[in-house]
Design a protein around this ligand. Structure first.
Ligand code: ZN
Length: 231
């Protein structure tokens, strides 16, 4: 299991994700508070501004997710050195998937804006905006957790592929961490460990197992896997 120092890094990672969610919630509130009074104008404006908010949430989730993965890995390699394993294993640099992030942000913004419009036609923009807050926050959380999980997963996979000969690779574990997710399926997986490159049960990916999954999969030094296969 992770050492205390590794757990501290995992805690910082979870807090980093929560901080992005909080900043995004603030930006959403600001957007909803300042929409024009005309429903059609409000829909247009909401679509544009929500696209910006959602896109920056996804970008922040990617850059923070990767930065935290780097920090976790550094701590993990420190633990490995204590076992006499020296390694230059590092994370591969990948181009940012801007096109898919923009598409995800635009789709979610268009859907939210048209829902807002439907409500605004009946109840006025102000009420519609007040009623949309919770739902928008939920959508933003989904977009954020998805980008966080996606970035970490693709970087880790690419790094493991490129440096498949690295001695330390079989000793790097991933932990299923369901602290932000109360769903029964994810709770069952909580605490499960797998070496990098080996899937979790059912090929589940933390943060992507269901629509609003916010599970994390921090890395840690796991010498127990030395020489073992996936089973
Ligand atoms: Zn989950």
């Amino acid at each position: 299991m992770p050492t205390a120092a590794e757990r501290r890094e995992h805690d910082v990672s979870a807090r980093a994700l929560l901080a992005i969610e909080a900043a995004t919630a603030d930006a959403l509130r600001e957007t909803l508070d300042s929409l024009p009074r005309d429903p059609a104008d409000a829909e247009r404006e909401a679509r544009d501004r929500l696209t910006t908010v959602f896109l920056s949430a996804r970008r922040a989730a990617r850059s923070q997710g990767r930065r935290r993965l780097d920090a976790e890995l550094e701590q993990t390699l420190d633990e490995a050195r204590r076992f006499g394993v020296r390694s230059s294993f590092g994370l591969t640099v990948l181009p940012r998937p801007d096109v898919s992030d923009l598409k995800a942000a635009q789709d979610a913004a268009a859907q939210a804006a048209s829902e807002l419009r439907r409500r605004a036609d009946a109840d006025g923009v102000r009420r519609a905006a007040a009623a949309s807050g919770r739902r928008l926050n939920a959508s933003a959380q989904v977009l954020t957790a998805d980008a966080w999980a996606d970035e970490r997963d693709r970087v880790l996979r690419a790094s493991a592929r490129e440096q498949s000969g690295s001695d330390v690779l079989p000793l790097l574990g991933r932990l299923w961490d369901a602290r932000l997710d109360a769903c029964p399926v994810c709770r069952r997986l909580d605490g499960t460990i797998r070496p990098i490159g080996v899937g979790f049960p059912g090929d589940a990916v933390a943060g992507k197992i269901h629509h609003s999954c916010r599970c994390l999969s921090p890395v840690f030094f796991s010498p127990i896997y030395l020489g073992r296969s996936a089973a």
